[in-house]
Design a protein around this ligand. Structure first.
Ligand SMILES: O=C[C@H](O)[C@H](O)[C@H](O)COP(=O)(O)O
Length: 221
């Protein structure tokens, strides 16, 4: 927890007065939202766009003003978000919490994406973490078959006895591809399948990765 927290708090130092900030989702982004809330209480003026219902609720609780895309003129200045894996080129797997679609929309709308992780998320090559793929419920059996033809055995994520539903009402297929040699190509191929809404590969989107280490150091790259 402490390693996630120190990475998150370093990232919030990059937030300046008057910025529009994208708020990530997950246990690391949680600490960034907490820190941002504390800075808002001290007088920092920001507006935020959240990547999940959960993060938006937390931000509102902490008094962070929330903006909708309809009110956004131009770009989000900076988004701070976690990741499930980060490779040597700062490409990412995201979506362990199922928020990947909104996270990618927000990241794409941002001038900068700062990714916050602990050391356990760093890998040489993406793919040990099963890749989350958001799919629409209609025809999902067929969509899963087409996804499997790209070289994995997709597993439909469940919550209790029911399929897990994203904030957008869709399903998540967790796809263990093993080592992913060309993340950009896989990202494009997956998104070319009808029924796939988005996948958790974030290729070339991170501006900076901040890593919280066990000894209390924070590394930026
Ligand atoms: O859908 C969830 C997000 O992509 C998270 O940012 C990612 O799963 C990392 O989460 P955590 O910081 O809890 O490890």
């Amino acid at each position: 927890m402490e390693t996630k927290r120190i990475a998150a708090e370093r990232a919030v130092e990059y937030v300046g007065d008057g910025m529009v900030v994208g708020l990530g989702t997950g246990s690391t982004a949680y600490w960034a939202i907490q820190k941002l809330g504390a800075r808002v209480k001290e007088g920092l003026r920001v507006k935020a766009i959240a990547t999940s219902i959960e993060s938006e609720a937390l931000a509102r609780e902490l008094g962070i003003p929330i903006l909708s895309f309809a009110d956004l003129a131009g770009e989000i200045d900076l988004t701070i978000d976690g990741a499930d894996e980060v490779d040597a080129d700062n490409h990412l797997i995201k979506g362990g919490g199922g928020a990947l679609l909104r996270e990618k929309i927000v990241a794409k709308a941002s001038r900068e994406l700062i990714v916050i992780v602990d050391q356990s998320k760093l890998v040489d090559r993406l793919g040990d973490f099963p890749l989350p793929v958001e799919i629409v419920p209609f025809g999902c059996e067929m969509t899963l078959r087409h996804v499997s033809e790209l070289g994995c055995k997709p597993v439909l994520r469940t919550r209790g006895d029911e399929p897990f539903r994203t904030d957008n009402g869709n399903y998540i297929a967790d796809c263990a591809f093993g080592a992913i040699h060309d993340p950009g190509l896989l990202e494009t191929r997956l998104n070319g399948i009808p029924g796939v809404v988005e996948n958790g590969l974030f290729v070339g989107m991170s501006s900076k990765v901040i890593v919280g280490c066990g000894n209390g150091d924070v590394v930026e790259r």
